[in-house]
Design a protein around this ligand. Structure first.
Ligand code: MN
Length: 685
């Protein structure tokens, strides 16, 4: 459940700016929504050549370069210490590739996600020592490794840290150099580089006065772009330049590994964008770390053996398929859990736990469940009595603040406003769930999950030229999302399933203009609208390059016409409060308690419709919005308790069926009705 939010910028100002910038007004309008309000900021953002800052502006960069050059001169053994995610793998591959080119004796180490976890650990440092390293260079990690850097020093190794994570304290690890733009004493202006972006900066510094900037970009920006996209850092400033430049390289890549990944992702011959890489290449690189070891993945990006590249890419695709099916199983189990423990899912923050969910996949499952329920979700899995959790949030609710506020129940925790990781003992789960929800209830208001729409659009205005003009905004990603347009009040003319009912093509019409809208990964029976219905569409626009270019409209979300979701969600919250607490006061009682007529109305509607597909909102609209949404949800619970209906829910759909029942049912047999009525001494009549 998502609230649609149509952005608003100053149209007058956009028109004035557009004349100054020589850009179409709607482009400037969209840029203003993204926070670019002056000619200078717009021109700088769109420039193909955002200058890279002098790499030596970064504190300690001189020391890092000096130490690495000394290692090269003395032919010391260097170990690059990386990480298992796409950024960490890219960082490792990029630095190793570079160091090999300049003749270094280099190897790399990547901790196992499952057995070692993120960052440096003592055992790894010892292993690296045994392999004879003289110098460790960390990439995408290291800023918090105070102890491990001391250990490395004791063992006679020097450490150079390059990282992009925020330091937890002012005190830096005892390394020869600590390059991290987030150091409070670092004057560099652009702070949003990914781990691999910092490595690229290090290469700029190493090559100062030798290789020129263009040459470095041409040699290394492909790998840097993959890590930058994978880390979901804002695609602005230096990041945008890296990705823009990198995409051009990737389209004609000289690297066997990248070509093999493109091929394995079925992207060969298609337009490669930041979005398509994020959707198919990045998950494959991540899959290695989630299910197995990341050594192979680094190898893939470095190998000059075509056959090896193809084999590793194939393995990664298999890992990725496996990851997807594990993810689906976890999601199905979580949805079944909702049947058993609905109260947990009615709370402001969903905390759900199990014994056998794959640790490497719970984060992705949490993200999907968050989408489905429109609220923050933490998924915990146990090994013995030790649990690991991963959480995802909705915009406006800082999940890391929430988790830190409950840290007394956790063994460790960390993360960002939108994503957290944590450790927890089994016996603390109930306390933690209680505490984090108390925290959420103590806030003024729980934010709703929102879909941001740039502007409403008349379908008559959509043409190839319009979409080509939009392309100046690419590449899209974090900080510069693909523009989403609202096509409101569209009358559906036809719904056709494609590719063996995998996708849908919807023909819709408004004021005499007909458009085809694609809805991917949706079966016909899961699409709740039919010919004649009027619906609002949130869409992205693209050009399909077949047959010389034609308009391609892709549905992001579809909902009944003119549905006020903020009202709907307010009503739903009242229902949820009751489900979560199983207690009602007088207000709740009057708001939720259905009359017999209302009850009968819902029953008749479902019977006459032959079941309702596509969610409770569809039923709500079908009933002419005459029963509040919260009350409708309660009525459905009661009908389920009395075995009058079944509700089937998957991650794609929700279907309500009428059961065939015999005999008369007594509404007051329903547990929900009983609980709701407890507030009234006279009970329910
Ligand atoms: Mn990173």
């Amino acid at each position: 459940m998502k609230n649609w939010l149509v952005a608003s910028a100053d149209r007058k100002a956009a028109e004035m700016l557009s004349a100054q910038c020589g850009l179409p007004p709607f482009i400037v309008y969209i840029l203003m929504i993204r926070g670019f309000n002056t000619k200078e900021s717009i021109m700088e953002f769109l420039s193909d050549d955002t200058g890279f800052e002098n790499p030596f502006d970064a504190v300690d960069m001189d020391k890092a370069v000096e130490r690495i050059n000394r290692a090269l001169d003395n032919y010391e053994k260097i170990c690059v210490y990386g990480d298992y995610d796409a950024d960490g793998v890219s960082s490792t591959a990029l630095l190793c590739t570079y160091l090999e080119t300049v003749g270094a004796d280099v190897f790399y180490y990547i901790p196992s996600r499952e057995n070692e976890g993120y960052g440096m650990n003592d055992d790894a440092v010892r292993k690296i020592h045994e392999k004879g390293a003289d110098l460790i260079i960390t990439v995408d990690n290291g800023i918090a490794a105070h102890k491990q850097v001391d250990l490395a020093n004791e063992l006679g190794m020097d450490v150079v840290i390059t990282d992009h994570h925020k330091p937890v304290s002012e005190e830096m690890p005892n390394a020869v150099a600590v390059v991290d733009l987030h150091r409070t004493d670092c004057p560099s202006k652009f702070k949003e580089l990914s781990g691999v972006g910092v490595v690229l900066k290090l290469i700029f510094a190493m090559e100062q006065g030798q290789m020129d900037k263009e040459e470095i970009l041409d040699n290394y920006c492909d790998i840097a772009a993959i890590g930058t996209i994978g880390d979901i850092v804002p695609l602005r400033g230096e990041n945008r330049t890296i990705v823009k430049h990198g995409l051009n390289l990737i389209r004609n890549s000289q690297r066997y590994g990248i070509n093999a990944l493109i091929e394995a992702s079925s992207l060969s011959g298609k337009k490669i964008t930041a979005g398509s890489l994020a959707f198919s290449v990045v998950p494959r690189i991540n899959a290695g770390g989630r299910l197995g070891e990341s050594f192979e993945t680094v190898n893939l990006l470095m190998t000059d053996d075509m056959q090896e590249a193809e084999e590793i890419a194939k393995e990664l695709s298999q890992d990725n398929n496996k990851r997807q099916s594990i993810e689906k199983e976890i999601i199905d189990e979580i949805l079944k859990e909702q049947e058993k423990r609905p109260g947990i899912f009615a709370m402001p923050v969903i905390v759900v736990e199990s014994d056998n969910w794959h640790q490497g996949v719970i984060g992705i499952a949490a993200a999907r469940i968050k989408e489905l329920f429109g609220k923050p979700v933490i998924v915990i899995t146990f090994e013995g009595d030790t649990g690991k959790g991963s959480g995802r949030s909705v915009a406006g609710f800082s999940l890391c603040d929430a988790v830190f506020a409950c840290s007394e129940y956790l063994t460790h925790c960390g993360g960002h406003p939108m994503a957290v990781g944590l450790g927890i003992k089994r016996e603390q789960v109930e306390n933690f769930r209680e505490a984090i929800n108390q925290y959420a209830l103590s806030l003024d208001e729980m934010p709703m999950d929102t879909l941001n729409i740039d502007c409403k659009l008349n379908p008559a205005g959509i043409n190839v030229n319009f979409i080509r003009q939009l392309q100046v905004l690419e590449p899209y990603g974090a900080g510069n999302p693909t523009p989403v347009f609202g096509l409101y009040s569209m009358r559906i003319v036809d719904v056709k399933s494609l590719s063996e009912n995998k996708h849908l093509r919807i023909t819709a019409e408004k004021n005499g203009t007909r458009v085809n809208i694609m809805k991917f990964f949706t079966a016909k029976e899961d699409f709740p609208f039919k010919r004649g219905d009027v619906a609002d569409f949130a869409v992205k626009l693209d050009i399909s390059e077949f047959s010389g270019g034609s308009v391609s409209i892709i549905a992001v979300d579809v909902r009944p016409e003119n549905l006020d979701y903020s009202e709907l969600i307010k009503s739903y919250r009242i229902y949820e409060n009751f489900v979560a607490s199983q207690k009602a006061d007088d207000n709740t009682f009057s708001y939720l308690m259905p009359t017999r007529e209302e009850f009968a109305k819902v029953y008749r509607y479902i019977r006459e419709a032959g079941g309702v597909f596509g969610g409770k909102e569809i039923l709500y609209c079908g009933l002419g919005k005459c029963i509040t949404f919260g009350k409708l949800c309660l009525i459905l619970d009661v009908m389920k308790e009395l075995n009058l209906i079944s509700i089937e829910r998957s991650d794609k759909s929700e279907r309500i069926y009428l059961n065939s029942i015999q005999g008369k049912v007594n509404l007051s047999d329903s547990l929900s009705i009983k609980r709701l009525s407890e507030v009234r001494s006279d009970g329910w009549t």
